[in-house]
Design a protein around this ligand. Structure first.
Ligand code: ATP
Ligand code: MG
Length: 467
């Protein structure tokens, strides 16, 4: 894997060759794109903008993906028209965005994103303050609304394969920085000086990983080299933006591959610090529970089944949860309370880096809580739990834990059989449990009731949902 990632490159100092003003122009004989395969709305927008005297192209992921025979997620248009000029041309256009001012043009449920050409940023902090753009002391771009020429727009894009411009009217591709070459050679290569480009926007490190995983490309060696040193810069990124990026990385159908590359490049640590620490002590979870959860997520996406970020985060954080809970138990806290306390603190801590919305943190907590509730099956409890809307996710999670070697006393198998059983078989299964007095649950209950006072104060402190 590492070998593939750090493929050596034919032009070792390539990033010093800055984009020249003149692009390579590929005519219809030299590329495989067909205008009819692109969104007709996007093509229509381009025709109208060009007729109104502006430059306009399809750009970014849709050109890259079409060249690779992948169905694009969306169709982005870049133009010389400003957002206001675009809005004047299209009644169905809305200006959006703060960091990047963009225009969304609505056609029923389809939205085409139209962006005005942008220029690079002044490199030093003082210069930045005299312009519309601004950077912080470490070079990170905070606002990005400096309009520019087509050439400048190509230069400020992240990777060469994302800087290809397709004109569906003339059927030409403009290639400013060897994007076609890199597509043919399966390479993710930053435009410009990699160190500076990551400092401007550290999220580009995650984008490199995302595209490498999605396209099964290698990361060019100069593009990969600075990541190790610059990875901690991810901690400066607003936590809400990181949540969006993490979702794109893990919910696009390539999560398992993404995770491997993140770990190889040591980018997992700044995103999930507590988990990375726990995985050092308990590496088995990397190759079992977490990898399995990601493989299953990818499979569900390929089968067009729903996936929830909560399940993913529940898995990514589980090794850290266990480690924290164990530490609390060693200090004398009861197992159940230790889990609740650890869960509460872990989620607060994780949300400081990656804002997980409350609807998902609640679901994560439920999946974790149900792990314990699945022990108590006597009377009507098993049926009640089976009807819980979170049961299926929690049961899948239990199986993942077992795949990591956690000893559950055959709980996964019991619940599998219970779901497959008819009514009378289920009654028998519960009866057999009753005769064994559902021991694990009863013992724990007895211990808990001896500590009622302590239990209540701890649960309140943890704000945890008890059974
Ligand atoms: P996909 O939509 O398939 O995830 P994409 O390449 O279209 O991939 P987007 O996030 O939609 O990715 O961005 C559109 C284009 O905008 C990119 O192809 C790239 O040219 C440019 N871009 C996006 N984010 C950045 C960034 N952080 N730095 C520089 N350029 C960027
Ligand atoms: Mg896109």
């Amino acid at each position: 894997m590492l070998k593939k990632l750090f493929q050596s490159f034919r032009y070792p100092l390539r990033y010093t060759q800055h984009i020249q003003g003149t692009p390579k122009v590929l005519n219809s004989d030299q590329h495989s794109l067909e205008r009819a395969k692109f969104s007709r709305y996007a093509v229509n927008i381009i025709e109208r903008l060009q007729n109104a005297g502006y430059q306009a192209y399809l750009v970014g992921g849709c050109v890259r993906d079409m060249l690779l025979n992948i169905t694009p997620k969306d169709f982005d248009v870049a133009t010389s028209a400003t957002p206001e000029q675009i809005r004047n041309e299209f009644r169905n256009a809305r200006i959006i965005g703060r960091r990047f001012k963009l225009v969304h043009i609505h056609f029923g449920r389809e939205i085409i994103e139209v962006a005005t050409f942008r220029a690079h940023h002044p490199q030093n902090y003082e210069a930045a303050n005299t312009n519309q753009s601004s950077r912080n002391e470490s070079g990170r771009i905070l606002r990005d609304n400096v309009y520019g020429t087509l050439e400048e727009d190509a230069q400020r894009r992240d990777f060469t394969i994302n800087a290809l411009y397709y004109d569906p009217v003339s059927n030409h591709i403009l290639d400013y920085d060897n994007g076609i070459h890199d597509i043919r050679n399966n390479l993710i290569c930053l435009i410009g000086d990699p160190m500076q480009r990551y400092q401007e926007d550290p999220v580009r490190m995650l984008r490199a990983v995302r595209f490498a995983a999605k396209l099964n490309f290698g990361i060019e060696k100069h593009t990969a080299a600075p990541i190790h040193n610059l990875a901690p810069m991810l901690r400066e990124i607003p936590s809400a933006r990181l949540f969006e990026e993490v979702l794109k990385m893990f919910l696009s159908g390539y999560a398992a591959n993404t995770f491997k590359i993140l770990v190889d490049l040591q980018l997992f640590d700044p995103l999930f610090r507590a988990s990375a620490e726990a995985l050092k002590y308990n590496p088995i979870y990397t190759h079992t529970l977490i990898s399995e959860a990601l493989i299953r997520t990818d499979l569900r996406i390929k089968q067009n089944k729903s996936v929830t970020p909560a399940f993913l985060f529940a898995a990514l954080l589980w090794p850290a949860l266990l480690m924290r809970a164990l530490r609390l138990q060693e200090r004398g806290m009861l197992p159940k309370l230790a889990m609740q306390e650890a869960a509460h603190k872990l989620i607060i801590e994780q949300c400081q880096h990656i804002t997980i919305p409350k609807r998902f943190t609640m679901l994560i907590r439920e999946i974790w809580n149900i792990q314990e509730r699945m022990l108590y099956r006597s009377g009507k409890r098993a049926d009640l739990l089976l009807n819980n809307p979170r049961f299926r996710a929690s049961y899948d999670f239990l199986l993942l834990r077992e795949s990591a070697g956690e000893q559950t006393g055959g709980l996964g198998e019991w619940w599998t059989n219970y779901q497959n059983a008819n009514d009378s078989q289920r009654r028998n299964m519960i009866h057999n449990l009753d005769s064994k007095r559902d021991r694990v649950g009863d013992d724990l209950k007895k211990r808990c009731s001896n500590n009622t006072k302590r239990r209540h104060s701890s649960i309140n402190a943890a704000g945890a949902a008890s059974e």
